[in-house]
Design a protein. Structure first.
Length: 277
């Protein structure tokens, strides 16, 4: 691709689109009202709509589409075919002003789609340092945290929340309104209509609790004592023959409290769809 440094897409854009340190292909289209930060590279056949803000040092390979209402941070990489900010696939959407917001240092692979929000929450959010693999979909009003890895062809339905450092494998289907906890590992091809609590592994059909994500926790520097406390918390939480409230009361009495244990208990008590079995 031949890159033009210090040029605008066309003369009519010169007044509103300053790209003195950007590299923008003459085959790309940038709306004159779009705001583009310094150091960006925009490949051929990219389309940048109006009401778009793109930060510094972003790389858009060929055929990337950034639509109305998109807000993009710094140092992101978008592979060919990615579409950011398309209107929600939700019949309740009536054209309200909403956004699709992406943080910093994300890798957005080929054909990833991220829809903007609806009146429900007004924005779809993807944090920073995430890897979104080929063909996966982030629906309206979803919130994805930081440091997550989401596999090829995974589909995340509307208003799902994915907490930090979650790993969701390929071809996973996540039902609307679900909550995916931090440091989870969800196996490929899994379908979940319930919340997946933090630090766990989920797989099988139907989806079920498969123990702790021990490899992930050790890689993230969790100390053995803390891992043991998390393990004992889930051992009590999933014990048979007791009500969930009784299990939580026993955990509070027998397990040393820490931010991680409190996070588990809050996650479980605040779950609206129930946690996986």
């Amino acid at each position: 691709m031949k890159r033009y440094v210090g040029r605008n897409i066309s003369d009519k854009h010169r007044a509103s689109t300053t790209i003195s340190v950007n590299m923008i292909s003459p085959l790309a289209y940038v709306h004159p009202e779009a705001i583009i930060g310094e150091g960006c590279e925009i490949g051929p056949f990219c389309y940048i709509d109006k009401n778009v803000v793109i930060g510094k040092n972003n790389r858009l390979m060929n055929s990337v589409t950034i639509l109305y209402g998109s807000r993009i941070g710094d140092d992101n990489t978008f592979f060919p075919g990615a579409v950011i900010g398309a209107v929600p696939q939700d019949l309740k959407f009536k054209g309200e002003e909403t956004t699709a917001e992406i943080g910093d240092r994300n890798i957005i692979r080929e054909n990833v789609t991220i829809n903007r929000g609806t009146a429900a929450k007004a924005k779809t959010v993807v944090g920073s340092d995430n890897l979104l693999m080929e063909g996966m979909h982030v629906a309206h009003d979803v919130v994805v945290g930081n440091g997550c890895i989401i596999g090829n062809s995974t589909k995340i339905a509307g208003e799902v929340v994915v907490d930090d450092f979650a790993i969701i494998s390929a071809s996973v289907l996540v039902h609307q309104f679900c909550h995916i906890g931090s440091y989870v590992m969800i196996g490929g091809g899994t379908r979940t209509g319930q919340d997946v609590p933090p630090f766990t592994m989920a797989a099988r059909e139907p989806v079920s609790y498969c123990g702790l994500n021990l490899v992930g926790l050790r890689r993230r520097g969790f100390k053995p004592e803390l891992i043991e406390n998390i393990h004992n918390t889930y051992r009590l939480l999933y014990q048979r023959g007791k009500l969930r409230e009784e299990c939580i009361a026993e955990i509070k009495e027998t397990i040393p409290m820490s931010p991680e244990i409190e996070y588990i208990l809050n996650f479980v008590t605040q779950s609206k769809r129930g946690i996986i079995k």
